[in-house]
Design a protein around this ligand. Structure first.
Ligand code: CP
Length: 306
């Protein structure tokens, strides 16, 4: 069965079979990444534009690599080097790019809902690479893939997302995806970094990290989004680290090993101590590698659905 939607805008409302299909398809692309020649032909002749209106390292390189591994032609785009800087609108920019016969657009934007808007004004497939504090679907898909790879399943696991939940599109997409796949999800952070009504998404809310650590299988640690003014919402970085930082001492109080995840970029010794980030329980770099396979799967499934 093909994916239900011709765009990937978010995981809210995405069905369990669609998530399963993406995760399962990524397995064979993950295998391609281990080959001496890491390139396959399915997107030959397709052109993909990567429109990044916000900074990115992992997502931008990962999409670009996934596109090239699938033999697509790739257009790079950063707002500062284009006519957006001269006042051109998102709609005009996208329609002009599409006029050059682009098949798919991958977009990151600071405005929540920007990819949804784009999907209504262009014919190309639109993939959300992170919109404001709304969703980051491919990050959550690669997180779920990595958990399943490490722990063998998603159903029945307990995942806690820790830190700046209020500004986090990663948190929202993970909550939607993990709950659809049968995991239990908790969130933990100061009340000022917790979005109002978050419990309506079916998560348990904690404000003391030591209360939840003994009960979880996975901790997904988020950075404080200082660029979105999160620094005003708690007294000092040192205090945040003392109350919420994931340290070896804290983890040693758990009766079982906990898988440690982080979407990056990491602020070492703020939300996570350097030794935990580099520990044997950390899968942070596996997340990055799996991200290429997940993005290959998404691009492949959308392109072959048309
Ligand atoms: N995880 C993530 O979205 O990282 P980048 O901002 O570097 O793309």
């Amino acid at each position: 069965m093909p994916l239900e939607s011709r765009h990937l805008l978010g995981l809210q409302g995405m069905s369990q079979p669609d998530i399963q299909l993406i995760l399962d398809t990524a397995i064979s692309f993950r295998e391609v990444l281990e080959r001496p020649i890491k390139k396959v032909p399915p997107l030959q002749g397709k052109t993909i534009a990567n429109m990044f209106f916000e900074n990115s390292t992992r997502t931008r390189f990962s999409f670009e690599l996934a596109e090239r591994r699938l033999s697509a032609d790739v257009l790079g785009f950063q707002a500062s080097g284009t006519s957006v800087a001269k006042g051109e609108t998102l709609k005009d920019t996208a329609r002009n790019i599409e006029a050059m016969k682009v098949d798919m657009v991958v977009m990151r934007h600071s405005a929540s809902g920007a990819p949804h808007y784009l999907s209504q004004v262009i014919n190309a497939n639109v993939i959300n690479a992170g919109d404001g504090s709304h969703e980051h679907p491919t990050q959550a898909l690669l997180d779920m893939y990595t958990i399943r790879e490490k722990l063998g399943k998603l159903d029945g696991l307990h995942v806690c997302i820790v830190g700046d939940i209020a500004h986090s599109r990663v948190a929202r997409s993970n909550i939607y995806g993990l709950k659809t796949m049968g995991a239990k999800v908790s969130v933990c952070g100061p009340a000022t970094l917790m979005p109002r009504g978050i419990e309506k998404l079916g998560v348990d809310v904690y404000h003391h990290i030591d209360d939840i650590i003994p009960h979880v299988d996975v901790l997904n640690v988020l950075r404080i989004q200082l660029e979105r003014d999160a620094g005003r919402l708690f007294p000092t970085i040192r205090e945040f680290h003392n109350y919420y930082g994931i340290t070896r001492q804290r983890l040693e109080r758990s009766p079982k090993p906990i898988t440690i995840m982080h979407p990056g970029p990491i602020n070492r010794d703020v939300e996570i101590s350097a030794d935990v980030a580099d520990s044997e329980h950390s899968v942070i770099l596996q997340q990055v590698l799996n991200g290429v396979a997940i993005r290959m799967a998404v691009l492949y499934l959308l392109a072959t659905r048309n």
